[in-house]
Design a protein around this ligand. Structure first.
Ligand code: VGL
Ligand code: ZN
Length: 202
């Protein structure tokens, strides 16, 4: 059993990020059993859920003439345009059916602001609007987090770096993550997490 000040954060293990989903991550479903097996070690478990309204500004379909996986400039910086995914209340936004969600005490939904994407579990992509996770963790006395889930080079990466910058001790169990890996994004994410002081395990 991990210490009382440790939490497990499971990022976006949702149908749309698994094979057959709208933004499928290769092997995304392969990590579910391992995550379930890790859960009993932690007294505090948090799940995140990518949770977009229809017409979200991160969808290529909201930008006429733009293709998925192209990049546009948003007021808050560059933004990859994605296929429509994780629509609020739809099957694609549900957790993978085999993910054990009964022991999770909090579910952080993110990406619900129509104008700003939110990769990180801590801040929207403007890097200032909080999700509330920091306060949740601090008020529960959590100082160390282990992060697993999807996708390693986007939401796991941004969550881990933000967590480290906020002063949490952050470990990523890389074996319990899968990556989108577009245009070198995986290598950049691994380097960036290392630079931020994130411990990369597995
Ligand atoms: C994610 C792209 C768009 C993720 C979410 O969970 O990594 N990636 N929305
Ligand atoms: Zn998204």
């Amino acid at each position: 059993m991990r210490a009382a000040d440790e939490a497990l954060i499971v990022i976006d293990v949702q149908n749309d990020f698994c094979p057959g989903g709208a933004l499928a991550v290769a092997g995304g479903d392969e990590i579910v059993d391992g995550i379930n097996a890790l859960m009993p070690q932690f007294g505090t478990i948090i799940l995140t859920q990518d949770w977009h309204p229809a017409g979200h500004s991160s969808f290529a379909s909201s930008h006429e003439g733009s293709e998925p996986f192209s990049v546009v400039q948003m007021p808050y910086g560059p933004q990859v345009l994605w296929p429509d995914h994780c629509l609020q209340g739809r099957e694609g936004a549900e957790f993978h059916p085999d993910l054990s969600d009964s022991t999770a005490q909090a579910i952080i939904r993110k990406g619900f602001n129509p104008d700003v994407d939110s990769y990180s579990a801590f801040f929207e992509n403007d890097h200032v609007t909080p999700t509330g996770l920091e306060g949740y963790l601090r008020s529960r006395g959590i100082s160390k987090v282990t992060i697993v889930g999807l996708a390693l080079d986007f939401c796991v990466n941004f969550s881990a770096v933000d967590g480290a910058n906020l002063g949490f001790s952050v470990a990523v169990d890389v074996g319990l993550c899968r990556a989108i890996d577009m245009d070198g994004s995986l290598d950049a994410a691994l380097a960036g997490m290392g630079d931020a002081g994130v411990q990369l395990n597995g």
